[in-house]
Design a protein around this ligand. Structure first.
Ligand code: TYD
Length: 202
């Protein structure tokens, strides 16, 4: 039996991390869970992540780097885990490239679509939890939390474009996407996630 593939998406500061940890714990009661992330998730992809987050480069180089890491991650971690029936939880996946490189940077969506087909070979998440909130609110949360990487230094307009990128992906795949109102409290967001899981019998 193939395992479930669940991804978590949203702009920086949406508050995914807390909920990934608690959902991992909840699903571990049902079977084996692999909790992973992008960019990264393998030794090679973590090296690429470091370059991706901290070196200056043009938008296409950035896009190719993140898809190269994704290819390695998919082949060596995600696909084997799903084949052996494990549940895979992934903090960001291909939708992030459509949102950040497509929406945020303005990369050509056809180029991204081609890369997606080559790299994913048809694999898509079974469920994508999209943590959505206004860019200004996310920025306020980030300011309280940590040092900014190359993406987190972008302005509010950039993050509103990223948000628009996610909205477009969600509209194109409404069965796969569940929009979570991430402007609410931790408890309320957890309740929304629980409702989504229950609705799927998970
Ligand atoms: P993330 O792991 O969420 O950062 P943090 O460790 O601070 O929680 O993601 C790192 C950044 O990479 C984030 O700003 C989004 C960006 N990103 C892309 O631009 N494209 C992608 O395809 C992915 C997966 C991430």
């Amino acid at each position: 039996m193939t395992g479930r593939f669940i991804t978590f998406e949203g702009i920086d500061g949406a508050g995914k991390s807390t909920h990934i940890a608690s959902l991992t714990e909840r699903l571990q009661k049902q079977g084996e869970v692999v909790s992973t992330r992008e960019p990264g998730g393998t030794e090679l992809a973590e090296i690429l992540r470091d370059l991706f987050l901290h070196r200056a480069m043009d938008d296409l180089t950035e896009t190719l780097l993140v898809f190269a890491g994704r290819r390695d991650h998919l082949r060596t971690v995600i696909e084997p885990a799903l084949r052996s029936g494990k549940t895979v939880l992934c903090d960001r996946f291909a939708d992030a490239s459509f949102a950040y490189q497509g929406g945020g940077r303005g990369m050509n969506l056809e180029v991204l679509g081609t890369l997606e087909r080559w790299v994913l070979e048809g694999r898509q998440p079974d469920l994508t939890l999209w943590f959505d909130l206004p860019a200004a609110q996310a920025a306020a949360r980030r300011a309280a939390a940590r040092d900014a990487d190359r993406f987190e230094q972008q302005d509010l307009e950039f993050f509103e474009r990223v948000r628009g990128g996610y909205a477009a992906r969600a509209a194109a795949a409404p069965q796969r996407f569940a929009r979570i109102d991430a402007s609410q409290s931790v408890a309320e967001v957890a309740a929304q996630i629980e409702a989504v899981m229950k609705a799927r019998g998970w």
